[in-house]
Design a protein around this ligand. Sequence first.
Ligand code: ZN
Length: 461
Amino acid sequence: MRISFHGAAQDVTGSCHLVEAAGRRILIDCGLHQGSRALNIENAEPFGFDAAAIDCVLLTHAHLDHCGRLPLLSKRGFKGPIVTTAASRELANLVILDSAYLQESEAAHDARAASRAGVKAAPPLYTVIDATNMLHQFSKVVDYEKPFEIAPGIKATFLNAGHILGSASVLLDVDEGGKKRSVFFSGDIGNADRPLLPAPRIPAAAQAVVMESTYGDRNHRPYRESVEELYSAITTTFARGGNVVIPTFALERAQEILYILRQGVETNRLPPATPVFVDSPMAISATEIFERYPDQFSTAVAELFRRGKDPFALPGLHFTRDRAESVAINQVKGGAIIMAGSGMATGGRVVHHLRHNLARPEAGVIFVGYAAPGTLARRIIDGAKHVAILGEQVQVRASIHTVNGFSAHADQSELIAWRKGIGGLETTFIVHGEEPVMHTLAAKLGPGRIEIPGLHQSFEL
Ligand code: ZN
């Protein structure tokens, strides 16, 4: 068995790992490199293997840094099935089509700028048509914990990773003429301290693991404290008469915040009929998908579904898919919660809400996720007094809050415990992290062979 690393190697994004065994080539994830638009050059690079020679793809979950290069894989000749859970298939369709639309609009924007400068612009990585052509390859859906045969001698089992809805870690068992090998791919490992999903599952034993290390150098703030912080930021803003704007990612984070707001209303921490606007077509579609998988949630959330209660519904909740409805929110001057994408305020409808609320001293803006350097969210978090929004200088007079305990990833102590629980380990490959973080985690993992693979590096197991 040969395993090679073609993404998220000494890097946080672009997960893509290749296993060659029993005469087959199996790809685990095919993700986009994310962070800045300059990375699109990297995304267009050769994969490091022949796309047409791949027999099948096993997809761990629907985040773009795990599935975002699938249309390109198909464009370059991949014809096989993409295997994943039913929920991941639905979410990945949504995420990939949105990405294709973005690729097209950014390429069109670049083409206009290039023609003014008299140079040639790069084409989009893939178009909506390319993505649509690829979606039929999501032809096989699997259940958690049920092994299935990919080919004679190769078995895969998806285990719930507890990271986002549908997410899985994948155990690959290979038998090459009596020589047995098993390798466990973590995908992204969930944070067990969170309310929506069950804790990540692991196999009793594997000879090798390929594990993510996003938060390998730190521990998260306790979840409960973060929830309290969120409630108090909302109530103090309401007491001043302002609106609360929460820039949020459409997938998982938006639904988790809805669930927390619902609990806040139920426990009287928040006013009963608080108007809550979810102003993101993608978050609305994702929430509808969530509601179709009631049995995949944590015991408490699944129990709510069983009693006929929607864990993401609130008395004052409004979903605004339509642009006109979105614009109408500007009439609301105070006492409302407005959730909109993107999480880092790099685009999307939240930018308009920030333009309308940032200059109001009574308003509050609550950041509930990571904000990369250079983004509008980061400039506001770092205390800018003025920010440029849609070509206009906006004064920052609203109160700014950051609540950091809602990560969907396991922290350092959870990563260590996760690996410790797997018996018979000979080799640990650390991927999906910043390089210094990987070394910090490696030093904490203790004895055993630990590798931090470089891009396109391969290993014989
Ligand atoms: Zn993820």
